[in-house]
Design a protein around this ligand. Structure first.
Ligand SMILES: CC(C)(COP(=O)(O)OP(=O)(O)OC[C@H]1O[C@@H](n2cnc3c(N)ncnc32)[C@H](O)[C@@H]1OP(=O)(O)O)[C@@H](O)C(=O)NCCC(=O)NCCS
Length: 252
């Protein structure tokens, strides 16, 4: 199915009474210019103004496609035309649905990196997603020492060279996904969010400001959304969800 058929797809249903499912969607941001123009028509005036502020056309177009994609997917959940979706923003810039018609139950979060966007949707539970392109850099250890706890940095130090970058980004996306779920973003302290970094174990939150019980109220799930990318979703609550509960692209 091509991207352009997104406009005519049937509604998605996530907020059923027993819903314990998280939907994840992924979208390529580098699309033909006709598609960019089509998506630009569904943005709001403030979104178009924001797009105009990008210096480079590549970044402007990626923003248009990312936000247009978000509106298109939300339109399917809300059974609304994409240009009718309305957002509100928290004091730290986290977008949410404007409160009308019960839409407040549907929660979402977006992340983009290079030419890929990832969208996460949940019902009545805070959700955060973070996506990173696995770029190579030489000083993963120093960056980890700066932003991670002493224990986390020690784990990264102890790994073989070829495992350090993936462990670093798994930790980074886990912390950021949590901070995006709460809406704090990077204004929150990365080293106050402790995550497990042992490659053989599933990523999980170990402690929040030293509190392991607070951490146990959250669920993290890391996965590879595309070659050379890593993503983590943070979701509030004890969902027993597995990879089967994730639904990639157009399958809701
Ligand atoms: C949120 C934040 C961590 C995103 O970092 P990033 O790695 O550059 O970007 P990502 O691609 O992962 O996520 C970007 C998306 O997250 C969402 N977002 C923005 N602010 C957010 C927040 N505080 N919490 C959760 N999600 C947020 C938006 O949908 C954004 O997409 P958009 O730029 O297309 O609108 C970072 O921008 C941040 O810390 N923001 C808060 C800054 C702040 O406190 N500002 C106060 C004055 S407004």
């Amino acid at each position: 199915m091509t991207d352009s058929s997104l406009f005519s797809l049937p509604p998605c249903n996530l907020c059923s009474p027993s819903s314990k499912t998280v939907h994840l969607w992924r979208s390529n941001l580098d699309v033909p210019i006709e598609r960019v123009r089509e998506l630009a028509t569904i943005l709001s005036d403030d979104e178009r103004a924001r797009a105009e502020r990008f210096y480079f056309e590549l970044h402007r177009n990626r923003f248009i496609v990312s936000r247009g994609g978000l509106r298109t997917i939300l339109g399917r959940y809300l059974n609304l035309k994409p240009d009718r979706v309305q957002f509100e923003y928290s004091s730290r810039g986290k977008p949410k649905l404007a409160e009308s018609g019960g839409a407040e139950k549907l929660q979402f979060n977006v992340s983009h990196s290079q030419d890929l966007a990832l969208y996460g949707f949940s019902c009545d539970r805070a959700i955060g997603v973070d996506l990173e392109y696995l770029r190579r850099f030489d000083d993963a250890q120093n960056i980890a020492r700066r932003f991670f706890s002493a224990q986390e940095s020690a784990i990264i130090d102890s790994l073989p060279e070829e495992e350090k970058i993936a462990a670093f980004f798994r930790g980074w996306t886990g912390k950021e996904a949590y901070l995006k779920a709460t809406g704090e973003g990077l204004a929150g302290s990365l080293d106050a969010v402790e995550v497990s970094l042992v490659p053989s174990e599933p990523v999980r939150l170990l402690a929040l400001n030293g509190d392991s019980q607070a951490a146990a109220r959250w669920h993290l799930h890391s996965f590879i959304p595309a070659v050379d990318y890593i993503a983590t979703v943070a979701i509030e609550g004890h969902l027993q969800f597995t990879i089967n509960n994730y639904q990639f692209i157009l399958d809701c």
